[in-house]
Design a protein around this ligand. Structure first.
Ligand code: PLP
Length: 381
């Protein structure tokens, strides 16, 4: 029977308790040694670790079929932890244009610190070997990408990266582990904005990085040093989100597919990107590396210009005009005006995004309500 004063009769709580303590009394010097040597998941100070946080990490590790996972304060904090852990002055990194816009800002910081960066379009993946250098240490991609849902061949990327022992990092936020497991395809690390589908309710920020135990240890060193440790309350919300994650992911993918099919036939939609559509350039590859559907995000061009896109969004009643994705509510935005604001204007349109391109993240509403909303909004401008 446990001696835990919280559960004196051994009845385990159904939910991981939220441990708000930032400081812990040492049980003994022997326990302190075991914690310090990494023999046990013990707790001393919140910046190091927290039991509520650790419980969630183990759940996300299982979802990604990883040895371990580390969570932190946001998706961008997770990406930055990866950069700080594995890149040094003199190293070269390859990153794809079609990643979340804030990477551009981080890339300016990395360049200041002596890292050189090559930006590529997803369509250049086939000849990535032309861009890999002897000092290339990392290749960072999102697939499906943000916002144009381009598909990158993870296995092919890893094969090329192996030639110079470069790490491959895949942001799996759009696909989620429900549809895609990059580690099984050869990636070294998977990173998530857990603010999105994993959390799922627009009420928490978190980042997650899944990989091997040794990667966990290296990333833990960085997190402990810089203090990007997640807080226990948000970790508890994230754990709650994970309980319904698969149901939500399935429903979102079905809603996205239904909306993509509808929009693909609509005369006011000039271009649509969704890997689930047979005509999409990434469809074949997506069928190979994704399972159980193609995710909940799609992008499309409305009318002739940005005014048309704005009118369409203003006409929506069910779908919310907001950034972010992977939430219970369907969310729509114009990336040029929002998620890509971090980029200079010429870069925003340099790789296929138009000023009238909208990104739509399906929620879990009834499919019919969403289709009606699109129909009404497209009819009225
Ligand atoms: C694909 C993707 N990765 C990373 C991020 C950054 O995550 P966070 O906002 O949690 O820092 C975002 C944010 O929108 C994203 O869409």
């Amino acid at each position: 029977m446990t001696k835990d004063p919280l559960t004196p009769y051994g009845n385990r709580p159904m939910v991981t308790p939220i441990v708000n303590a930032v400081n812990y009394e040492y049980g003994s010097f022997e326990v302190l040694r075991q914690i310090t040597d990494g023999e046990i998941d013990g707790y001393t100070y919140h910046r190091d670790d927290n039991p509520t946080v650790r419980a969630v990490e183990k759940k996300i590790a299982a979802m990604e079929e990883a040895e371990d996972c580390i969570i932190c304060t946001s998706g961008m904090a997770a990406c930055t932890m990866i950069y700080l852990t594995y890149l040094s002055a003199g190293d070269h990194m390859i990153i794809f244009h079609d990643v979340y816009g804030a990477h551009y800002k981080v890339s300016l910081i990395l360049e200041r610190l002596g890292v050189s960066i090559t930006w590529l379009d997803a369509s250049q993946t086939g000849n990535i070997k032309d861009y890999i250098k002897s000092n290339t240490k990392m290749i960072f991609c999102e697939t499906p990408s943000n916002p144009l849902c381009k598909i990158i061949d993870i296995t092919a990327l890893c094969r090329q990266a192996d030639r110079v022992n470069a790490m491959v990092i895949v942001d799996n936020t759009f696909a989620t582990p429900y549809h895609q497991k990059p580690l099984l395809l050869g990636a070294d690390l998977v990173v998530h904005s857990a603010t999105k589908g994993l959390g799922g309710h627009n009420d928490l920020m978190a980042g997650a990085i899944a990989g091997s135990k040794s990667h966990y240890n290296e990333l833990w060193f960085t997190r402990q040093a810089i203090g990007t440790t997640h807080d226990a309350y948000s970790a508890s919300l994230l754990e709650r989100g994970l309980k319904t994650f698969e149901l939500r992911a399935e429903k979102m993918a079905n809603n996205a597919m239904a909306m993509a099919k509808y929009l693909a036939e609509h005369p006011r939609i000039s271009r649509i990107h969704y890997p689930g559509l047979p005509a999409d350039p990434g469809h074949k590859l997506a069928l190979k590396q994704m399972q159980k559907g193609f995710g909940g995000v799609l992008a499309f061009d409305v009318g002739k210009n940005q005014e048309d896109a704005k009118k369409f969004i203003n006409n929506l009643r069910i779908i919310f005009h907001a950034v972010s994705l992977g939430a219970t509510e369907s969310l729509i935005c114009i990336p040029y005006l929002t998620t890509m604001l971090y980029l200079p204007p010429e870069r925003r349109t340099g790789f296929g995004v138009g000023t009238n391109t909208v990104r739509l993240s399906a929620g879990i509403e009834k499919e019919g309500l969403l289709l009606e909303d699109l129909e009404r909004a497209l009819h009225d401008f």
